[in-house]
Design a protein around this ligand. Structure first.
Ligand code: NAD
Ligand code: SER
Length: 319
């Protein structure tokens, strides 16, 4: 592997922690600098360099990139769908300006590569509900979705106009046990596991038959690595790739948990997040990602449930 020095921005978030640890395994701990607005992170402590950094402060970000001889940036700092609806201006500002700061610095410093995730939230009520294709009608209804769709076109623009090798995936809702989710509409599918273990019951904020595209974190991390390691000539999509993992409803995830905890009870009291969920597709067509860089998920719902519960119990026992 060529000598790389990577900066992860938003490293203390749900994806950032696991992506940082995975990158450190590949590139070496010292070559992956974790950064976040948060001062520190327990899960990253002792695993490699960590700096406190605000992606909105372009000057400071630029200084870090030069000082640390950074060659690649993974930009994960963002405000997600549900939190974004509470403060649309802030979500737009962070999600857009953070990306533009990184793209500008990548152009000026001729960085090797940039990674920036988009989301299924780009799709809206007029997009196909089933097997939503790579290219289709896209009319998002959340500020988060609007910022992701605009961001996709900025990535494409910086690639076409300035040759920045920026790559992107439209993640589905991500489920993980290490780091807590940060305010998305799909967060119920993370909370349900810890509540099932602790309380044997869970009150879901979405209706029981709400199907959404989801993915287990190990698949999401592997997809990110596979895309970033693919030869540049294979990357035909410079906006953002659809990828698919699984689709399920609250009833189905509860049934999967009941195979391990038969007394587990689900109740559903939808709140404002229902409208967001109803605007998204129920499943995703990822044929282009499969063709271009060989994407294939490993986890289905039951395989993920086994692994989630096993790891949450292990973590409890270690406390
Ligand atoms: P998260 O909210 O868990 O983490 C975001 C991190 O960014 C936090 O640690 C936060 O402190 C940090 N941050 C916020 N403002 C910052 C700033 N100004 N400067 C530096 N750091 C800042 O989010 P996540 O779930 O890890 O998502 C990471 C990326 O993946 C986002 O772009 C998100 O839109 C995308 N995504 C996530 C999901 C999901 O289900 N988690 C799905 C689709 C796309
Ligand atoms: N999981 C994210 C959210 O719900 C999707 O981008 O906001």
């Amino acid at each position: 592997m060529a000598k790389e020095k990577i900066l992860v921005i938003g490293a203390s978030g749900q994806i950032g922690v696991e992506l940082t640890l995975a990158l450190r395994k590949i590139y070496g701990a010292a070559n992956v600098v974790a950064s976040d607005l948060r001062e520190e992170n327990e899960l990253l402590k002792g695993s490699g360099p960590y700096v406190s950094l605000d992606v909105m402060n372009k000057e400071m970000l630029h200084v870090q990139v030069i000082r640390q001889n950074i060659t690649q940036i993974y930009l994960l700092a963002a405000i997600l769908s549900a939190t974004g609806e509470k403060n649309p201006n802030l979500a737009w500002h962070l999600n857009m300006q953070g990306l533009l700061n990184v793209l500008d610095i990548a152009r000026e410093e001729k960085l090797q590569k940039v990674y920036w995730p988009s989301s299924i939230a780009v799709f809206g009520p007029t997009s196909p509900k089933q097997l939503c294709p790579q290219q289709t009608i896209i009319e998002p209804i959340t500020v988060y979705g609007i910022s992701k769709y605009a961001g996709e076109f900025w990535c494409n623009y910086y690639h076409q106009r300035y040759g920045v090798d920026v790559r992107s995936i439209r993640y589905p809702g991500l489920i993980s046990y290490k780091s807590a989710p940060g305010g998305g509409t799909t967060d119920y599918a993370v909370e349900i596991y810890s509540e099932a273990l602790a309380e044997k019951k869970y009150k879901c904020f979405l209706k029981e038959d709400t199907y959404l595209p989801m993915m287990y974190m190990p698949d999401a991390i592997r997809a990110t690595m596979e895309l970033m390691h693919a030869p540049a000539e294979n990357i035909t999509v410079r906006t953002s790739y659809n990828i698919s993992g699984m689709s399920f409803s609250p009833t189905e995830i509860a049934a999967s948990i009941q195979k391990h905890i038969p007394e587990f009870k689900l109740s559903c009291v939808p709140d404002s997040r229902q409208k967001i969920a109803d605007s998204w597709p129920q499943s995703i067509d990822d044929a282009v990602a499969t063709k271009d860089w060989g994407w294939k998920p490993e986890y289905d719902l039951d395989k993920m449930t086994n692994d989630m519960l096993e790891n949450l119990i292990k973590a409890q026992n270690e406390l």
